[in-house]
Write a protein that binds this ligand. Sequence first.
Ligand SMILES: Nc1ncnc2c1ncn2[C@@H]1O[C@H](COP(=O)(O)OP(=O)(O)O)[C@@H](O)[C@H]1O
Ligand SMILES: [Mg+2]
Length: 195
Amino acid sequence: MYICLEGIDGSGKSTQIELLEKWLKEMGHTVEKVVEPTSSPVGILIREMLQEPQATDSHFQKVLALLFAADRMLLMDKIQQEESQNKIIISDRCFYSSMVYQSPSSWINEINKYIRKPDLVLLLDIDVDTAVSRCQGQDQFEKKSFLKEVRSKYLEIAKKHDFFVINANTGINMVHKNIKKVVAPHLGICDTGIL
Ligand SMILES: Nc1ncnc2c1ncn2[C@@H]1O[C@H](COP(=O)(O)OP(=O)(O)O)[C@@H](O)[C@H]1O
Ligand SMILES: [Mg+2]
């Protein structure tokens, strides 16, 4: 089982993936946590490039799209191995991040054509102002308008690809509880301990 948490920065992915990992382990599952970009040489390059001031420019985003696809391709081997050992893979971002941050979508699909899509995607949906204030309190108009576009693309593809949309504006425990409610039935976990 390959589960992915998606959402803009500040939506709580890192926070929630830790809680999800802890809970799944308590439930007796073997869990492997992955993060995109990964710690491969390509992933390290992506992290560096994301710090550049022009990171949101459309040409630059195309370069990033290619690097993300390469980094993800390297990750697929690991995922395949972990799955063959019956591990649950929980991923902080996946292919769908490329679909919302980069374009055009037909090209993104093409360069990610050999990428395994997750079995379950949970979108942590959050108001952009709240997400930005959770990060570093940055208030750049350009950044916010970019993130607003990304958020609406997320909501658009969420419908198309049957994501579970979680309201991430609420407190950490409430978000965690809602994530557990979605995940539990997919793993045959009785949800009496969740409510
Ligand atoms: N539900 C929440 N309510 C308030 N603050 C939160 C919540 N979830 C996460 N945070 C805080 O917001 C910041 C960003 O969360 P993080 O999990 O790093 O998001 P992401 O990985 O999606 O960028 C962190 O400081 C985290 O402690
Ligand atoms: Mg994070």
